[in-house]
Structure formats: structure tokens, C-alpha cells
Design a protein around this ligand. Structure first.
Ligand SMILES: [Zn+2]
Length: 266
């Protein structure tokens, strides 16, 4: 399943028309979720790199502000997990089943009376007065079918530490694409192989990816003076190409040129 970020327009709560849960950021939550947990502002950066040793005061303050944003975001995401339904296997049809937060021991909800005996400091699932307790609170599990917000659903919970870690791989992928496309790198662009066909182009692409990986490895090894791998000792000097004759000696220009008349006459 995809790992993706959310567009601002896709965020916010979408109540299920009949079952009494709300979809938020691609995941079912209890409808009683407090307002401040519905739209959690995404931090400018999902993770902040280590502080530079000789950073200026201004840079330090900027970094501290970014760190504060991330810390706040992660705390709110963790708080929201209380109201989140938990995955509970799949149906035969491949749809995910979810267990209510009360059954998962996170909320006290009248829809699951046993949960009312959870510790008193457990948050309560408050239902609108005068209305029946939502189905999602009463049922053992709910099945969220494919047509419920499929576009936004993903394997990992958006904003969770696991999701952030997985999503961070993206920046590496983008820079690898850059290396593959660079004219002094892989030089991959539309029509670059002058070949058609999936097998041929895939094979050539594999060669370019291999070459690109080797280039990255070698330039890193050179920078760091690392020679443990025999590959780092590969001689990359372009020695040109010399055609050798049967005797192993380079052919002269006369012998490699077009055949003379007296040679073809035989
Ligand atoms: Zn409830």
C-alpha cells in the first residue's frame, strides 16, 4: 500500500453516513474525538537534522522552532491515537477490519460496557444526547470497505513515527532520480536508449542504476579515503579503445581503414 503525505484539502473529518465513525487522514476514529485532534497542523519539516556545531544564533533559533513544531505534532498524533480504531485483520474480501478504541482499552464507551471499568483517568467516548449509540461503538469490529476514502488510506498511520520514517525514504529516492537524470550522470531522459520495449529498456535502465550506484560508492569512498571494498580500487581513467590484431598488437590506421582494391580482388 502507498506511503503518502496528505494534501490540506484532503484533511479534516469525514463522518461515515451510517456507522458512526469518522475518517480522518485516511483512518477511522471515534466520532467523539475532540476538535483539537481533528486537524493536526503538519510541521514544516517532519524531522529535523542534528544541530550544526558552529551554527549562528539565528540558525539555532530557527532549528529550535522546527524541532518544537515536530515535537508538538508528534504529541498530538500520539494523543489522537486514543480515538483511533485499531486494525483487526482483514475480511475474506480483503477489506480491513477495525476494533473500536473502547475494545482496544483506550476509551470508556457505553457502547462497550466492559470499557466503563477501565481506570477512571481513561478518556470517555461522549455520544450526542438523545441519539442511539453509534454502530461503530457497539460492534465488535467494523469493516471499512474500499470505497470509504480509498485515496487517503495507507498501511501506516499518517504522522506516526513509523510513517515519518517510511516517508523519509522519499527524499533519498528523489535525489537518486536526480543522479540518474543528470547529464553527467545517468543521462536518462525520454528516448535515451533509442530502443523500445519494456525488456530492453528495463535492462538498460538496470545497467544505468548499477553504474549510478557505483559512482556514488566510488565518490564517497574517494572523499573518505575508504578502500576496504575492491570496487573502490577500480581504475576509472578513460584509456580509450584500441583494436588489437591477431598478434595482440594495436592495428595501424592503414590496416583498420576500408579494404584496398588489391585486397578485395582475391
Ligand atoms: Zn462510543
Amino acid at each position: 500500500m502507498q506511503v503518502m503525505d496528505m494534501h490540506d484539502n484532503d484533511r479534516g473529518a469525514r463522518p461515515h453516513p451510517t456507522d458512526g465513525y469518522v475518517m480522518i487522514d485516511g483512518w477511522p476514529h471515534a466520532a467523539s474525538i475532540p476538535d483539537h485532534l481533528v486537524r493536526i497542523a503538519r510541521p514544516t519539516n517532519l524531522s529535523v537534522g542534528p544541530a550544526r556545531k558552529n551554527a549562528t544564533k539565528r540558525k539555532k533559533a530557527k532549528r529550535a522552532a522546527l524541532v518544537a513544531e515536530v515535537t508538538k505534532f508528534r504529541a498530538l498524533i500520539a494523543e489522537r491515537a486514543t480515538y483511533r480504531f485499531e486494525r483487526h485483520g482483514k475480511t475474506a474480501g480483503g477489506n480491513y477490519r477495525y476494533e473500536s478504541p473502547a475494545r482496544a482499552g483506550k476509551l470508556r464507551c457505553a457502547g462497550y460496557p466492559e470499557s466503563l471499568h477501565l481506570p477512571a483517568d481513561t478518556p470517555e467516548c461522549v455520544h450526542p444526547a438523545g441519539q442511539p449509540i453509534p454502530k461503530a461503538c457497539r460492534q465488535r469490529t467494523i469493516t471499512v470497505s474500499e470505497n470509504v476514502g480509498l485515496k487517503l488510506r495507507q498501511e501506516l498511520y499518517w504522522g506516526s513515527d513509523e510513517w515519518i520514517e517510511s516517508y523519509a525514504r522519499r527524499s533519498r529516492v528523489e535525489s537518486s532520480f536526480g543522479l540518474l537524470k543528470a547529464s553527467d550522470g545517468g543521462g536518462i531522459k525520454r528516448g535515451w536508449t533509442l530502443h523500445t520495449g519494456l525488456i530492453r529498456t528495463t535492462l538498460l535502465l538496470a545497467l544505468q542504476v548499477t553504474a549510478s550506484n557505483l559512482r556514488v560508492l566510488l565518490s564517497w569512498a574517494k572523499r573518505n579515503g575508504w578502500t576496504a571494498d575492491p570496487l573502490t580500487k577500480v581504475d576509472l581513467t578513460d584509456h580509450g579503445f584500441i583494436e588489437a590484431g591477431a598478434d595482440g598488437l594495436p592495428l595501424t590506421e592503414a590496416t583498420t581503414g576500408p579494404p584496398r582494391e588489391d585486397q578485395t580482388a582475391a
